[in-house]
Write a protein that binds this ligand. Structure first.
Ligand SMILES: Cc1ncc(COP(=O)(O)O)c(C=O)c1O
Length: 360
């Protein structure tokens, strides 16, 4: 006899990207930073003593929140620390959505959103992006969500899986017109070209319904740590901080390391620049090979593979895998002819490009 709730029995879980055990894999499938964490993070790890583990951690990761608040020019009350950005996504649904009321998203988007909504027994309302991965005009997008009674909506920006960037004026217009909480999932924001001067933090001050999601997983090379945070008005943070999050949702080691990572930001920012340089090179070379590539402000690119190229995207994915190169293939509408390729080190990218050339 199944003991699950009906909605859990009905739903399908999230499929994470492959995480192979072997080290001989060129791993370009889950958008990790190809460079190691900063030295200050590793030094902090070495100095953690047993007493820190004997005791419970700070329940709200206060030292981390203070460091993040200083970095972003907001107050610590505007920061919530979570066990990866994924925990924050779950928390916002738990806190702001009545079960049964829809969660707004765009399609395609991060495939965890509908899974988390299904766990909450709530539908998702997916607004289709156009062929350039752009949403409808901000007011129209918000209106669609409002008409359906959505209390919460997700916009991933830069967009995943394409890397397209929505500017802050567009985001502000959505926030202004939307009646619910707008979560701007900025998992990949560190890789945006500084030439855009893309700064969304003022939105969290200006609008009481905007929550920005950040993660240490990508920009800070700490996907294994599981640490993320949100930036929002104090009023939006408060119910999550005091009521809906687990009492000790982030552990003592991850708090210490995430705080050190913010202090070592200059090293991390050099990895962002290196990824941007390689993004430019990989994009240009993929286009030379005959693939089309959506302009990306993220640490991955979405490449369309013509059927004439190695049998199409699915076949190329398998051929690369057979040669120990992992990229991401989504067997989903509008993505079946595409590969999402994480930007790796120059050597990893060169290995990928050479193998693709061989497959031609
Ligand atoms: C769009 C997006 N949002 C959020 C996350 C959450 O990342 P994490 O839980 O590692 O912080 C990811 C991870 O891949 C992502 O792709």
């Amino acid at each position: 006899m199944p003991y699950e709730r009906h909605n859990i029995a009905r739903m399908t879980g999230y499929t994470p990207g492959e995480q192979p055990d072997g080290v001989d894999v060129v791993k370009l499938n889950t958008n990790e930073n190809p460079y190691p964490p900063s030295r200050v993070v590793m030094e902090t790890l070495r100095t953690i003593d047993g007493d820190k583990l004997r005791r419970y951690p700070n329940p709200t990761a206060r030292p981390f929140r203070e460091a993040a608040a200083e970095l972003h020019g907001v107050s610590p009350q505007q920061i919530i620390a979570t066990n990866g950005g994924d925990e924050l996504l779950r928390l916002v649904i738990t806190t702001f959505v009545e079960p049964g009321r829809p969660v707004g998203t765009v399609e395609p988007s991060y495939s965890l959103y509908p899974v988390l909504a299904a766990i909450h027994d709530t539908p998702t309302l997916e607004v289709l992006l156009d062929d350039e991965w752009a949403p409808p005009a901000p007011e129209a997008l918000a209106q669609t969500w409002n008409d359906a009674g959505a209390q919460l909506a997700f916009i991933v920006n830069p967009h995943a899986p394409s890397g397209r960037l929505m500017n802050t004026d567009e985001l502000a217009a959505v926030a202004q017109a939307f009646n619910g909480v707008l979560v701007v999932d900025e998992a990949y924001i560190d890789f945006v070209d500084p030439a855009f001067a893309h700064d969304t933090v003022p939105l969290a001050d200006r609008f009481d319904n905007v929550l920005l999601l950040r993660t240490m997983s990508k920009g800070y090379s700490l996907a294994g740590l599981r640490f993320g945070y949100g930036i929002a008005s104090a009023g939006l943070v408060e119910p999550m901080q005091t009521k809906t999050k687990d009492s000790y949702n982030t552990d003592a080691i991850s708090q210490a390391l995430a705080t050190a990572a913010l202090e070592g930001q200059s090293k991390a920012s050099r990895t962002w620049a290196a990824v941007r340089d390689e993004r430019k090179r990989v994009t240009a070379e993929l286009i030379t090979l005959g693939l089309s590539v959506a302009p990306s402000q993220s640490n991955f690119v979405l490449a369309t593979v013509p059927d004439s190229f190695g049998g199409g995207a699915g076949a190329v994915y398998e051929s690369l895998k057979a040669r120990n190169i992992l990229v991401r293939y989504f067997d989903a509408d509008r993505l079946r002819d595409k590969l999402r390729i994480t930007i790796g080190t120059p050597e990893e990218n060169t290995a990928l490009l050479k193998t693709l050339r061989d497959l031609l």
